[in-house]
Design a protein around this ligand. Structure first.
Ligand code: C2E
Ligand code: CA
Ligand code: CA
Ligand code: CA
Length: 279
């Protein structure tokens, strides 16, 4: 729900109260971005809380717009979803992320996983199992190293179609993660009817664990509930040592956040991997 209503608005300059750019212009520019290589992926490490080691990455999309700079995904993904351009962009993301994973595997980081965010519209319009199978084969990476991050909105559309696609993806061997958990309306026990492996606890919960008793008990119960349903837990948006301590105490499985690393371009992530950074 927090993603709604942002679409057209963000193209207004709030300070000046003027329409900065027409939607059609941005749409045109986004087409060009894909064709001319202005899109790039940054990678944020996921760290196992027991070993303290990086076990995987999440690919996060950015648009390096000439004359403007690096545009974050919240500024253009809603438009890409509305216009359907997310189909082509989503395929580019999947291919680019898996190709990067193939390179890291070849460098010797063969244990690494790669997580890719997938929009609801992709599940409606694309045969995701077929696409995933093709991309994995092209990049030579094993299916169990690919994780797809889905939001509740993916699960709430055409249920039969989505369940079939998710079951096929599980047969291929892909890992499925539920993103932004806690921000939607469904309980974990309801969502468990979908073949999900991992729950990513939304950063709004993590933010609260050290400054409110309620925030702490809420997160504690999400972790406990996930464990009882045999789901792995990943905390998002971990920024402080206090939050990390809380997660360790409460046996969360993994974490991601600025406390360990911001999302970085592939070349910078190479350096971090070679340095063997640990939490
Ligand atoms: P998300 O999947 O929930 O990704 C987490 C967001 O939190 C990322 O923002 C990440 O940079 C940010 N983040 C990570 N650690 C911290 C932290 O410690 N503190 C704070 N405050 N933020 C942190 P980003 O990269 O701007 O992405 C925003 C959203 O855009 C993503 O949320 C995801 O929903 C969407 N997105 C990004 N890449 C793609 C993509 O390739 N395809 C699709 N469909 N959506 C994408
Ligand atoms: Ca995500
Ligand atoms: Ca998230
Ligand atoms: Ca999000």
């Amino acid at each position: 729900a927090k993603d709604k209503g942002r679409n057209a608005y963000q193209f207004y300059n709030h300070k000046m109260g003027v329409l900065v750019e027409e939607r059609a212009e941005i749409e045109h520019a986004l087409h060009q971005a894909l064709a001319q290589g202005e899109l790039e992926l940054h990678y944020q490490p996921k760290v196992n809380l027991v070993s303290g080691k990086i076990y995987g990455m999440e690919a996060l999309l950015r648009w390096r717009r000439p004359g403007i700079g690096l545009v974050p995904p919240d500024r253009f993904i809603p438009l890409a979803e509305e216009t359907g351009m997310i189909i082509a962009i989503g395929e580019w993301v999947l291919r680019t992320a898996c190709a990067q994973l193939g390179v890291w595997h070849a460098y010797g980081f063969a244990h690494l996983t790669m997580a890719v965010n997938v929009s609801a519209r992709q599940f409606r319009q694309v045969d995701m199992p077929q696409l995933v199978r093709a991309v994995l084969a092209d990049c030579g990476v094993p299916a169990h190293c690919l994780e797809l991050e889905l939001t509740e909105s993916v699960l709430m559309q055409n249920r039969d179609l989505v369940v079939r696609a998710l079951e096929q993806l599980k047969e291929i061997g892909v890992t499925l993660a539920l993103d932004d958990f806690g921000t939607g309306y469904s309980s974990l026990s309801y969502l468990k009817q979908f073949p999900i492996d991992v729950v990513k606890i939304d950063q709004s919960f993590i933010h609260d664990v050290t400054d409110s008793v309620d925030g702490a008990s809420l997160t504690r119960s999400i972790i406990a509930m996930a464990k009882s349903l045999h789901l792995a837990t990943v905390a998002e948006g971990v920024e402080t040592e206090g939050q990390l301590g809380f997660l360790n105490t409460n046996h969360c499985d993994a974490m991601q956040g600025y406390y360990f690393s911001r999302p970085l371009p592939g070349a910078e992530m190479d350096l971090m991997l070679y340095a063997g950074t640990r939490l």
